[in-house]
Ligand binder design. Structure first.
Ligand code: NAD
Length: 395
């Protein structure tokens, strides 16, 4: 690498190299990402500013714009379940799985107690292991047992807490079943930790009956065709993951949870539903797993994440999940509306043109002029950006 490239990597951002080095291994730098704030969000009667970290143009604007549209009908209504995460203990080599299942059920109380001894802090605050369920599965390597440990993780994402508990109860389950414990790990299908949100988008504000009909038909396509559904749900995750990154949450856990939840009924389905109300307005609803925390993990070690949580002003992990659901619903709506009403590229490419200009080598002050010219010509391409740039710099 050149000296300039090395200097670039060593440059200190808001996350200091020393802090980063404690977070992961073999650290050589940190990656910067734009952090924006979406506005206009009114959720359960409370105003929110939404910090969003992402590289994609127009997502923050789209969320803000959608939130503005639902404000006049009282904003978003959101709710959530208790923050229950599921840990798995896999038991193989069990001779009599039916008997083993019954034996575990009898010893449920003891196992829950043992799990809770691992996290007195969580238990003292009202959380901890609450329930045990046992399944017998027929698999490609033969029958096996899987024990689900259900834990209320309160304001943590919960992976460390649950994994520790699973590892602690595994030897006891081996004793009970005379089998062998293999996997002892959290499930990212957080199907018991759901946030739900809904909103009415008034037809006159969103562009009339045609737009309402177009969005309902777009939803129908997503429900019928996984090729559309993947992009439908990606629109939801634009908002959800941007908040996760801003607040130091585990975006992989959210993605894994959302998409496996979407496929839970045996067919990959939209995370949102959309219909026309009897007044002709558009009604949207979302239900999504939210394995997120406001304490622990990177929310504690990344200083920017802490500031973002302060901007957001959420008091619990549940409230954070509810906000994520609302922003996911807003971004899903905005993407469908843009496609149905004017084609996604009109709004998107205007912002994208600036990135193309920078890719072509334009400095920040010239990028806007190059982008403007490309949009006017409807030719948003790197080769064209280079030509325009050449002309501008020759002058
Ligand atoms: P953590 O272990 O850092 O913090 C959780 C602990 O904080 C609890 O166990 C409890 O003892 C304590 N605590 C104090 N106040 C609390 C409160 N109000 N509510 C809840 N707990 C409170 O964090 P974690 O959430 O258990 O683990 C999250 C990390 O685990 C993330 O960084 C994630 O990336 C990582 N991880 C994820 C997976 C996965 O499959 N998704 C697997 C392993 C690790």
């Amino acid at each position: 690498m050149s000296d300039d490239e090395v200097r670039l990597l060593k440059k200190q951002g808001t996350l200091k190299l020393e802090q980063a080095d404690h977070m992961i291994e073999n650290v050589i730098g940190t990656v910067g990402m734009p952090l924006g704030v979406a506005v206009n969000f009114l959720i359960n009667g409370k105003d929110y500013l939404i910090p969003m970290a992402l590289e994609e143009p127009s997502v923050v604007a789209a969320a803000s714009n959608a939130a503005k549209m639902v404000r006049e009908r009282g904003g978003f209504k959101a709710e959530s379940t208790e923050p229950l995460m599921i840990g798995l203990v896999q038991i193989v080599d069990v001779k009599n799985t039916t008997k083993a299942k019954a034996d575990i059920t009898v010893k449920k109380g003891e196992l829950i107690q043992l799990a809770n001894q691992q996290d007195p802090v969580l238990v003292k605050l009202g959380g901890g292991a609450k329930e045990i369920e046992v399944k017998v599965l027929d698999t490609s390597t033969g029958p096996m047992l899987v024990v689900h440990l259900i834990v209320n993780v309160l304001d943590a994402m919960g992976a460390n807490a649950v994994n520790t508990m699973c590892e602690a109860i595994a030897p006891k389950i081996e004793q009970i079943t005379r089998g062998k414990a293999r996997m002892k790990i959290i499930s990212n299908l957080a199907a018991l930790r759901l946030a739900r949100a809904e909103a009415v988008f008034p037809k006159d504000v969103i562009g009339g009956e045609e737009v309402v009909e177009g969005i309902v038909q777009s939803y129908a396509l997503a429900a019928a065709d996984p090729y559309r559904c993947a992009t439908h749900n990606k629109g939801v995750m634009n908002g959800v993951i941007a908040i996760a990154l801003a607040t130091g949450n585990d975006s992989r856990a959210l993605e894994a949870g959302a998409h496996s939840f979407a496929a839970m009924k045996g067919k990959y389905q939209p995370l949102t539903t959309w219909k026309r109300t009897k007044d002709g307005d558009l009604f949207g609803r979302i239900e999504i797993p939210v394995p997120v925390g406001i304490i622990g993990g990177a929310t504690a070690s990344n200083p920017t994440a802490k500031v973002c949580l302060k901007i957001l002003g959420v008091k619990s992990a549940r409230e954070l999940g509810e906000v994520m659901a609302c922003v996911g619903l807003a971004n899903n709506f905005a993407a469908m509306r843009a496609i149905v009403a004017e084609g996604i590229q009109r709004g998107h490419m205007r912002l994208h043109a600036r990135n193309i200009a920078i890719m072509a080598g334009a400095t920040a002050d010239l990028a806007d002029r190059v982008a403007e010219q490309m949009v006017k010509e409807k030719r948003i391409r790197v080769d064209r950006a280079k030509e325009i740039l050449e002309k501008l710099t020759k002058k």
